[in-house]
Ligand binder design. Structure first.
Ligand code: FAD
Length: 411
């Protein structure tokens, strides 16, 4: 069997950030990152690709270029966890043992969860910013639509970047407004949930844009089936009486966000909670039953907004606590406060910078005179367009944490 002191499962936003954080604090630590992917994606950039702002290639780097120096990359998929014997099983049955494990394999986009979707994605006006190869098709459709019905869907929570389904809607509608076409295009949001956004402080400003774009909001509607060639979609609508009924609509373009769940190999593992996510303490991010296991990012059950911004704050917390607990660092354990961020692209050039922690507590990074997160801001757009990508590639993934130092000692 192969052995490493620390094994990190997943080389995405959380996994690479944690490996870099650990190396920055303890350069001689023996770490391996396990990930089968050749390419690492900056997924927050895909909204901008779908809005015609970023080139797709700007959101992708080779995995090899991001594995921190001195960290071993095991290019394989993990098939199973065996925490009782401190081991993970790779596909092909190789075993990797560890002293400490960090679990960060992201979540599973369940495209197959909507009947008829997989076979029509990327054709017949059916698109999604949730895939690298499809985000450019969103922008194609938006540019070419002159008149008709544009449908945007949002699945049940939890999903990664809960604002992304409506970001696609606002950027598309803004383009049509500027082109003078919006009068001929009906914009429809079909949301499985009952509200526009889960943190109420942001809703008034979003509603102003809903009015500006004359978007029709359909709550409690979950997409269940789609027929691309016929350009029709079916939703299950929760009725007031607690039942459900089927609602059908036609479309000229439809932006679909698939239902999301914990990856299958996590869901069936001893690490999972009842809903399938890795069961961690929301402060320390340590597993509730296996103290040598930590988790962060979309795969864990901490009740924060599933965002790269959250992973940016979680990574140094995990690195710090793990090293303290291994005896490599002195000091108290630190706690993650639930920070997550969702820059809502309400129009080209303006963003509502939603930043909040556990319980929906607002956690602005900037003083209100500079960026008031509840109001559309051009500066926040510049942050998203110009600053956040280099912060991601050059600071977060390199273990330079001037925006994410764990300051708070756990109670
Ligand atoms: P990921 O970054 O998804 O990485 C998971 C990694 O695990 C991948 O490299 C994968 O190959 C690997 N993996 C999977 N299965 C296995 C396995 N079996 N074995 C080993 N490795 C495995 N966040 C923001 O902060 N701001 C935004 O504006 C924003 N917008 C978004 C817009 C869109 C369209 C999307 C899709 C996401 C957006 N996000 C945004 C969310 C953000 O991208 C995620 O929350 C973040 O990437 C989560 O990091 P992660 O490390 O948990 O998972």
């Amino acid at each position: 069997d192969q052995f490493h002191s620390v094994v990190v499962v997943g080389g995405g936003a959380g996994g690479i950030a944690v490996a870099a954080s650990l190396k920055a604090r303890k350069p001689d630590l023996d770490i391996a990152v396990i990930d089968p992917a050749d390419v690492h994606y900056y997924q927050p950039g895909w909204t901008m690709v779908g809005g015609g702002v970023f080139e797709p290639a700007a959101t992708a780097r080779t995995m090899a270029s991001l594995i921190p120096n001195g960290v071993r990359w095991i290019k394989a998929a993990v098939a199973a966890f065996e925490p009782e014997r401190k081991a993970v099983i790779l596909e092909g049955c190789r075993v990797v043992r560890y002293d400490r494990l960090v679990v960060a394999p992201g979540l599973k986009l369940n495209w197959a969860g909507i009947e008829g979707l997989a076979e029509t994605l990327g054709r017949n006006g059916v698109t999604s910013n949730y895939r690298y190869d499809l985000a450019p098709y969103t922008w194609d459709l938006v540019r070419n639509l002159r008149a008709g019905r544009a449908v945007f869907t949002q699945p049940p929570m939890p999903i990664k970047c809960a604002g992304a389904p409506q970001k696609a809607m606002y950027l598309s509608a803004d383009h049509w407004l500027r082109q003078g076409r919006l009068g001929d295009i009906a914009v429809e949001l079909y949301n499985a949930g009952p509200v526009l956004f889960g943190v109420k402080e942001y809703v008034p400003a979003l509603m102003n844009y809903v009015k500006r774009y004359d978007a029709n909001l359909n709550f409690n509607h979950t997409l269940t089936r789609i027929d691309g060639p016929a350009r029709r979609a079916w939703f299950s609508r929760k009725t007031e009486e607690g039942g459900s009924e089927t609602v059908e609509t036609g479309f000229d373009m439809i932006h679909v966000v698939p239902p999301q769940q914990a990856p299958d190999f996590v869901r069936v593992s001893p690490l999972a909670d009842a809903a399938g996510w890795v069961d961690v303490d929301p402060g320390s991010l340590r597993h509730r039953r296996f103290p040598e296991v930590y988790a962060l990012g979309d795969a864990c059950n901490a009740p924060n907004a599933k965002t790269a911004a959250a992973a940016r704050k979680q990574a140094p917390v995990v690195a710090h606590n793990l090293l303290v607990e291994m005896g490599h660092l002195r000091g108290a354990e630190v706690a993650y406060d639930g920070y997550g961020s969702c820059p809502l692209t309400v129009e080209r050039g303006k963003i509502l910078l939603a930043e909040f922690g556990y319980g929906g507590k607002l956690m602005p990074s900037f003083p209100a005179w500079l960026i008031d997160g509840t109001k559309p801001s051009h500066l926040a757009w510049l942050l998203k367009e110009r600053m956040l990508p280099p912060i991601y590639w050059k600071a977060m993934l390199k273990g330079r944490e001037w925006m994410a130092k764990p300051e708070k000692a756990a109670a």
